[in-house]
Design a protein around this ligand. Structure first.
Ligand SMILES: [Fe+2]
Ligand SMILES: [Fe+2]
Length: 252
């Protein structure tokens, strides 16, 4: 009897086939392995031996859309980041509620980490990613929304999200550092800006709505300082994070 290959084995085989068909050798970063529940990195010498005539990936990964030389925020949205609809819905909701441009931009970017980089501590990562390019208030609000999402504020009609009960169970308690971040945020002068992100952080106020970028292009233009060298190449303290998004499999 022929043993049935499991879905995981077939996925591994397909991944292996795709990897060996590339011009260069892809070695996953430690973090990618950790996300698969593995601790370790592939041995460079072994990879070379298994792929005669090839070198390690040091350039563009052909499996991903090609990025322009001087990429803009919109290039990242078009070629790397997914899940725009949630961000567009939040920003559209804020726009329709008459929020100011800083708040609308904060809504538009609030989950940029989840949609384009990493989930864990996404408020902190997302804020860091855009910090050199937006007003300090926008960054502060993106960072703080992560903690505020877990705590209601009756004064603005914000309740603990039903979805979080489904996601995390009714007994879930945020970590102590999240609780501390919430308490600190409550006392901050920009508390309400971050709180407004949570108010407009709506998963599907209309599941069929497909909001467009149109109203936000000018808002981005006025409020996001796009570096002329492109995101990733302006020498900012976070340029390496954008470069990692451009070439996530670069060997070193
Ligand atoms: Fe979020
Ligand atoms: Fe969100």
């Amino acid at each position: 009897m022929v043993a049935e290959t499991s879905l995981a084995e077939r996925a591994d085989a397909l991944e292996h086939k795709m990897t060996t068909e590339l011009d260069a050798i892809v070695a996953k970063s430690f973090l990618f392995e950790l996300a698969d529940g593995k601790r370790g990195i592939e041995n460079g010498a072994k990879l070379l031996a298994a792929n005669p005539g090839k070198y390690m990936m040091m350039g563009d990964d052909q499996r991903l859309p090609k990025m322009p030389k001087a990429p803009t925020l919109m290039d990242f949205f078009n070629h790397r980041i997914v899940g725009h609809n949630h961000l567009l819905q939040s920003a559209t909701h804020a726009l329709k509620a008459g929020m100011n441009e800083k708040t609308i931009l904060a809504c538009l970017l609030h989950d940029i980490a989840v949609s384009g980089f990493i989930r864990c501590d996404h408020g902190w990562w997302g804020a860091q990613l855009v910090e050199p390019y937006v007003d300090e208030e926008v960054t502060w609000a993106i960072r703080a929304h992560q903690a505020l999402r877990f705590y209601p504020d009756e004064s603005v009609g914000y309740q603990y999200p039903e979805l979080y009960i489904k996601y995390f169970g009714a007994d879930y308690k945020p970590d102590d550092y999240v609780q501390k971040a919430y308490e600190d945020a409550r006392k901050h002068k920009w508390y309400m800006t971050a709180r407004m992100i949570t108010v407009h952080d709506i998963y599907s106020f209309d599941p069929n709505a497909m909001p467009t970028w149109d109203p936000f292009i000018d808002i981005i233009g006025r409020n996001f300082k796009q570096p002329k060298e492109g995101l990733g190449f302006d020498g900012s303290p976070v340029a390496h994070m954008w470069r990692t998004l451009i070439r996530p499999t670069k060997f070193l």
